[in-house]
Design a protein around this ligand. Structure first.
Ligand SMILES: [Zn+2]
Length: 399
């Protein structure tokens, strides 16, 4: 059996006045997704469990068949996995943003999209000046760095993502709880070390936001996840994504991360290349997971035109070729679904259950209708515990 899973990130939405009361999925011309839904089945799955924030890490973990309530330990550990940072069960990982604060107010969670080279110099100098036992910094892409703690201290702290409190005082959101002192000290010390740093002097001269300090958040231990093979018996898996968090998930699942030219998070991404790479990977792998970020980014910009266009591109250049390729195998199944809705009206991730469509071997059509939020909701297939969808998809069994 060959399996393909295609994720148009954030594609689900609500009806929009601009689209004559249709959702972007309904307004988009999607003959291939409609074929999946009419030949197979569609339904709803709740991929963001109660009490969780709607994020791609949580929602994707859930739709992959892993209950976030058990396996989601934080965002930083997933990013550490993506970077292949070795971790023991007792190690802690923190996200270590470079941020811009002015007079104690959060101005920019990304320090003006600081370059990798600048971030490396700042973090390097910070690490040398602090000389903190057990702590090790890892630079990532731009402002997204990690701090790993390998030592005997325990942490039980509440932290806040810096992108969630723009224009608000930092003081209000400092780490709180067991271990808060050391985290606050690192953040305070970084402010002094960065204040007169030449990187910041140059950035200010050229009108760019300086990195005034680091901000620690998203902490957790490495998740103790069984591999996808151990959990579901499907051997060789591959992930195609432009997003670090999902690459980290793939490492934890024991999958290979495939790369491809021109893949971005936006509508300028290489749709055709991704479709070809996904189809080609089916020759080698038993399951290929192909994730396209563009509809989500368009939704965050409230750009409904680009969102509709992105969905049409995914349909034509990814779902179409993958469906065609799957039909060359004796047994196959295809699942298409957004990880979570991203609503144009709020420019934020939504919490509504996600519409899915699946087709292939032993997936029977009950009530053929084009793929949409409304048609999925009208189906009798509603999976309240979203992590149960994977078992259903792989086995084609009953719920
Ligand atoms: Zn997402």
């Amino acid at each position: 059996m060959k399996y393909a899973i295609i994720i148009p990130d954030g594609a689900a939405d609500e009806p929009l006045a601009e689209l004559g009361g249709k959702t972007p999925l309904e307004a988009a011309d999607t003959p291939n997704m409609d074929r999946v839904a009419t030949e197979g089945r569609q339904g709803l799955a709740r991929t963001v469990p109660e009490g969780f924030e709607s994020g791609s890490d949580v929602a994707t973990m859930c739709l992959l068949g892993y209950d976030p309530a058990i396996f989601h330990t934080g965002r930083a550990p997933l990013e550490a996995a993506a970077q292949n940072i070795p971790l023991t069960r007792s190690d802690w990982v923190f996200r270590c943003n470079l941020i811009t604060a002015v007079d104690g107010i959060m101005k920019d969670h990304s320090a003006g999209g600081i370059t990798d080279a600048e971030a490396q110099r700042l973090i390097g100098d910070l690490s040398r000046s602090l000389k903190l036992e057990g702590f090790q910094f890892y630079t990532g892409v731009s402002y997204r760095n990690l701090l790993v703690y390998r030592g005997g201290e325990e942490f039980n702290v509440t932290t806040k993502p810096p992108h969630e409190f723009p224009e608000e005082p930092l003081l209000r959101y400092l780490p709180r709880g067991v271990g808060q002192e050391i985290l606050r000290k690192i953040m305070d010390d970084s402010r002094e070390i960065f204040a007169d740093h030449e990187i910041n002097a140059v950035r200010k001269q050229t009108g760019l936001n300086p990195a005034t300090q680091v901000w620690l958040w998203g902490q957790g231990h490495a998740p103790n996840m069984p591999t996808f093979h151990e959990r579901f018996g499907v051997k060789r898996g591959a992930m195609i994504t432009g997003v670090d968090l999902l690459r980290g998930l793939a490492v934890l699942l024991g999958w290979e991360n495939l790369t491809l030219q021109g893949m971005t998070s936006f509508h300028d991404t290489n749709y055709a290349g991704q479709g070809q790479a996904t189809a080609a990977a089916l020759d080698k792998y038993d399951l290929v997971f192909s994730h396209v970020e563009a509809p989500d980014e368009a939704s965050h910009q409230a750009d409904w035109k680009t969102k509709v266009d992105a969905i049409e591109h995914i349909d034509r250049f990814v779902v179409g070729p993958v469906l065609e390729k799957l039909r060359t195998f004796p047994e196959w199944r295809l699942l298409v679904m957004p990880d979570h809705p991203t609503n144009i009206s709020t420019r934020k991730h939504g919490y509504a259950p996600s519409p899915f469509a699946m087709a292939g071997t032993r997936v029977k059509s009950l009530r053929p209708a084009p793929y949409s939020e409304r048609n999925a909701a009208a189906s009798d297939l509603k999976i309240e515990r979203g992590h149960e969808l994977m078992e259903y998809f792989l086995r084609g069994g009953n719920l």
